[in-house]
Ligand binder design. Sequence first.
Ligand code: ATP
Ligand code: MG
Length: 437
Amino acid sequence: MLLSRFFLPTLKETPAEAQIVSHRLMLRAGMVRQSSAGIYSWLPLGFKVLKKIEQIVREEQDAAGCQELLMPTIQPAELWRESGRYEDYGKEMLRIKDRHERDMLFGPTNEELITDIFRKEVKSYRQLPKLLYHIQWKFRDEVRPRFGVMRGREFLMKDSYSFDLDKAGAVRAYNKMFVAYLRTFARMGLKAIPMAADTGPIGGDLSHEFIILAETGESQVYCHRDLVEKDWLGERIDYEADLQPIVDRFTRLYAATDEKHDATQATKLGEALVSARGIEVGHIFYFGTKYSEPLGAVVQGPNGENITVEMGSYGIGVSRLVGAIIEAHHDDKGIIWPESVAPFAVGLVNLKSGDADCDRVAGDLYAKLSANSVAVLYDDRDERAGVKFADMDLIGLPWQLVVGPKGVKAGQVELKNRKSGERQELAVESALARLLG
Ligand code: ATP
Ligand code: MG
């Protein structure tokens, strides 16, 4: 992509309305723009990151044996009356009437809708277990939308739902999601710590929130120091094997959100207790028959008996993650994207656009990298070097490849790592080999 053509409205000034660093940087880097309170448009740079995150989430869900489908954003109120949540959900739910005066709503979550699909299509125990997910926009009319995409009103969520014959099966599904979440967040360069959590309005009795420690987090959390140090991606996972030992390794150590915090137990940790602020990026629940019972999601068992299925639901805040990753990866110059979610892998900076030699060398690098499927943002603008460097640092691509008149004469370019700040003068071919390697 040529920067001269890319729609990237960066800002020099810090927008006054943004209170936390990720929100400031997302506005400054031209990733999002607010359309009304808590509702955002995703501009090309932000949209690329959102899609990358979504794809990692998808790959790890698929690997765990969860199947993707897509449910609508607009749901009929009847279903929510059946579960009893139409009234319970209160003002957070955006209620809509269609032209026939039918009550509809913009889904804040999908337990009712997926249970309705299940009860109509699945009739026998032989069809179980089922593990289904979608990645779809949700709407919750939050009292206090703030911090940009972190607490929006419209936001993108991955939500999975499990259906099993008995509690043991439901716990197996829960454990699959538990492990898939560890992998998902680790692939994005995040340490998301699973913490015992309150089950809230969704209800149920087994629940973990996946929390990233950050000063700007909205939740107060407590955990054992070893959880912060742990390596999360070390092993290959066989999702058909018993995952309980892996889950136990994490849940053995104390970790709890404010609502579940047990001060007596926590003080026993002494020096090992970490008390910090956290951002909730995922939440998993086992809730048994809370929805299958009222909605009548029943299958026939091996002896012809009726079995009300056991369910769980598992959410990831896909759009919140964009902000959360920035909270975890930035410096005073801007964003520092982990390679796995970077909108482009390389920022190619031509320090003297219009100079025949610089244009030739930079153009050649751009062509070769692109031909090898390396995503490059080529700054071909007629701008001062300072402006180009500042923009590149702001948007945080992992590598900067700098072509300048002096280097070009010596057949050299500069390769800079955004994270470490390390710069190297390299022959053009070696720089290319490095980026292709
Ligand atoms: P919170 O406690 O932050 O309000 P929640 O517990 O209501 O979230 P869940 O129902 O567990 O949210 O939703 C699953 C995930 O969706 C959350 O873990 C979070 O990452 C994300 N999420 C929830 N609400 C929002 C929001 N208003 N804006 C962006 N992401 C959200
Ligand atoms: Mg939650």
